[in-house]
Structures are given as C-alpha cells and as structure tokens.
Design a protein around this ligand. Structure first.
Ligand code: GRF
Length: 207
C-alpha cells in the first residue's frame, strides 16, 4: 500500500505508522511522502530522519484557497498514493480531494465520534470539551474522510477512561498513547490487507 501522510504538528501518529511499518505490523506498505501545511511541523523532521520525502504546501504561499487546494492535490497525486492518511492534520480537506480519492483518505480524531467532533473540536479543544462535560469515557476514532468534518464511515474506535484529576494535557497524552497510536496502524494494516469495505456509509471489516 502506497501512503501519503498529511501532517500539521508533532507527528506522533506519523511516528506510530513509521514504527508499524518498521516492525512489520503494517505489511506491504510504504510512506511515499509526508506533506505539511506548516513548514515548522516536527513531523517533517521525523520524515527526514527516516529518509521519507518531506514537503510543505502552505496556504500562505498561494493567492487564494482554491489555488492552495489545487496545488496540494497535484502534489499528492504526484506520489500516486493508494491511501492518504491525515495524521494530526489541521487542513480542511477540499472537496476536489475527496472527489479524487473517495474512501481513500483516512483521518484520526481524538474522541469517540460523533461526540466532541466537528468544527472547533481539534487538538486540546477536544479534551477540554470532554472534561467540561464530565464524560467518564473518551477515546479515538479512525474514519474515512467524506465532504463533512469528522463525518465519514468509521473504521476503528478505541475507548480510554477519563480520570478524576485529568487536565486536558494529561488526557490528550493518554488518548494518544492508549488509543491513537494503536488504532492508526491497525486501520492501515486492515486496509493494506484488503479487509475494509464501505456499504451504505458504514464500514464492513472482514478480519
Ligand atoms: C493529536 O491530538 C491528534 O489526536 C490530532 O492531532 C494531535 C497531534 O497529533 N489528530 P500528531 O502528534 O501531530 O500526530
């Protein structure tokens, strides 16, 4: 499976994919490139450290959003990916990209969708919402990307306990360690093994 991974920040989910490929838990898979909208994303450094092509396509370098969207899609297409992985990616995915790669883009969101997702819920804000509402269980979700925000068919979810004295930072770390870094490689493995299909907007996993 040829991957292009889109990142915006630290790249710990990217690192989980790199490690999963290296230790054989994700078979027959290669990261062709890592692309970030943020030239300072440490995720780009992680790619370089592993001799993976790293590129920055920033909205700041384009006259308008449509030009950025077009440039990003062309950059992605140049690597001929089988799957596009959003790993800590804060870019709104343009419709032209979803049209070009239907059910071939996956995203990880740090909550149990449909809770605490959609516009305004990203990064720490997700965990702030979880603590504000006082839910006892949260987690992470890997899903296919459609034209909505965090609305595509769900592939894998993993629950994580919320603890009494959690801060958003402590909770974010637990969700990453106990859920994100496990289900992201698992989802890619399932797709690489041809075990995931979508019917009526829901995934069917044939283990
Ligand atoms: C994490 O909170 C993750 O859930 C979200 O972006 C944040 C950073 O991810 N998708 P990463 O360390 O850049 O993979």
């Amino acid at each position: 499976l040829k991957l292009v991974v889109l990142v915006s920040g630290g790249g710990t989910n990217l690192q989980a994919i790199i490690d999963g490929i290296a230790d054989g838990s994700i078979p027959n898979t290669e990261i062709k490139a890592v692309i970030s909208n943020n030239k300072n994303a440490y995720a780009l450094q992680r790619a370089k450290d592993h001799n993976i092509a790293a590129a920055c396509v920033s909205p700041k370098d384009f006259a308008d959003r449509a030009a950025f969207n077009q440039a990003l899609l062309e950059k992605i297409k140049s690597y001929e990916p089988d799957l596009i992985v959003l790993a800590g990616c804060l870019v709104v995915i343009p419709e032209i990209m979803v049209d070009a790669y239907p059910n071939k883009i996956i995203n990880i969101h740090p909550s149990l969708i449909p809770a605490f997702c959609g516009t305004g819920y990203y990064g720490l804000k997700v965990h702030e919402g979880v603590l504000k509402r006082g839910v006892k269980v949260t987690g992470a979700t890997v899903h296919f990307v459609d034209k909505g925000t965090d609305t595509g068919p769900i592939i894998i979810q993993k629950a994580v306990e919320v603890q009494q004295d959690d801060t958003p930072e402590i909770l974010q770390r637990r969700v990453m360690e106990q859920a994100e870094w496990k289900i992201m490689p698992q989802a890619i493995r399932l797709i690489a093994e041809g075990k995931v299909r979508v019917e009526n907007g829901k995934t069917i996993i044939t283990e």
